[in-house]
Design a protein around this ligand. Structure first.
Ligand SMILES: Cc1cc2nc3c(=O)[nH]c(=O)nc-3n(C[C@H](O)[C@H](O)[C@H](O)COP(=O)(O)OP(=O)(O)OC[C@H]3O[C@@H](n4cnc5c(N)ncnc54)[C@H](O)[C@@H]3O)c2cc1C
Ligand code: FES
Length: 281
């Protein structure tokens, strides 16, 4: 069990919970995640540890309400307990003094990007950040990124905040004006990671992406999270979630993510009322 110490609404359907989890807070490193089950009879879902304080014993998670389990999670309030959670899981991000680092986040992928960007900044790197969302009300963590980035670029698809367009457009502009980067980290929806990493790789930048396949146990037992990287099957929960973008089979990954779409839609429809309440919270 883990008590919710603080609940915030960061944006439309996006929540930040501070959880009392001292042992995870002590051990976790950037790039790692937890698997939690909010209440009885809910599914286990993976969420990135977005921030933590080892001394105070808390971790933060940031999640978007997209289906049944995230609806149920969003119905909990301060002082409630999350039924169970396990972590930290996954391989931590490899952080060293790279030099100039580029961090690119799209949608709720901005949340998992933050601990990595902060880790890079703490290690003495110069961090340039590009974050983007469909529209202004879905943008999160702007001030957090501003505090750790040398340079912060914001994009929205509809132009309601920052540059109009995609994060990949901003990268292309930076590249065209001769900016050089030693490494890039790209996190967001599958298509955004595919398109953006193709550009950064073509520019000769070593690029890492954080994959978000379906995960069940998170310990390498079920095979649900398998992805193909450079022709080899890898289990994202124990060998990832970060991988070198150069070898990812994006089409296979996108296809596997839709495997349960019918069940997910039916489960969500049953919870329309809860979703309404969660959004109004
Ligand atoms: C390592 C990792 C870290 C993640 N970190 C975050 C995060 O910090 N914030 C955030 O909002 N989301 C994160 N996600 C995605 C999050 O796990 C899904 O949004 C969540 O599982 C949706 O569950 P649901 O029941 O509400 O929706 P559903 O209706 O069941 O599913 C909606 C979509 O969510 C994805 N999904 C569903 N179940 C799982 C599962 N067991 N494992 C992985 N994906 C699933 C699928 O793409 C699915 O199509 C992460 C995923 C992974 C693998
Ligand atoms: S989630 Fe089961 S093997 Fe990775």
């Amino acid at each position: 069990m883990a008590k919710i110490l603080k609940k915030e609404v960061l944006a439309d359907r996006i929540f930040r919970y501070r959880l009392d989890a001292p042992r995870i807070a002590r051990k976790r490193r950037p790039g790692q995640f937890i698997i939690l089950r909010p209440v009885q009879n809910s599914e286990r879902i993976p969420l990135t540890i977005a921030n933590a304080d080892a001394g105070a014993g808390w971790i933060d998670i940031i999640f978007q309400v997209v289906g049944r389990t995230t609806v149920l999670l969003s119905m909990l309030g301060e002082g409630d307990n999350i039924l169970d959670l396990v972590g930290p899981l996954g391989q931590p991000t490899h952080i060293e003094k790279f030099g100039r680092c580029l961090c690119i986040g799209g949608g709720v992928g901005i949340a998992p990007l933050y601990p990595i960007a902060r880790g890079l900044s703490d290690a003495g790197n110069m961090v340039t950040t590009i974050i983007g969302a469909r529209t202004e009300r879905l943008l999160i963590l702007q001030s957090d990124f501003k505090a750790i980035s040398e340079d912060l670029h914001i994009t929205t698809d509809d132009g309601s905040s920052g540059n109009k367009g995609f994060v990949s457009n901003v990268f292309q502009e930076l590249h065209d004006r001769g900016e050089k980067f030693d490494v890039a980290f790209v996190i967001g929806p599958v298509m955004m990671m595919k398109v953006t990493s193709q550009l950064t790789l073509a520019a000769g930048i070593r690029t890492y992406v954080s994959l978000n396949p379906i995960m069940v146990d998170g310990t390498g037992m079920c095979g649900g999270c398998r992805v193909t990287v450079s022709g080899k099957t890898r289990f994202a929960c124990v060998e990832g979630p970060e991988f070198d973008a150069a070898g990812i089979d994006w089409n296979e990954m996108a296809k596997r993510l839709t495997s349960y779409r019918g069940f997910e839609t039916a489960a969500l429809e049953k919870h329309e009322c809860e979703l309404d309440k969660a959004i109004k919270a």
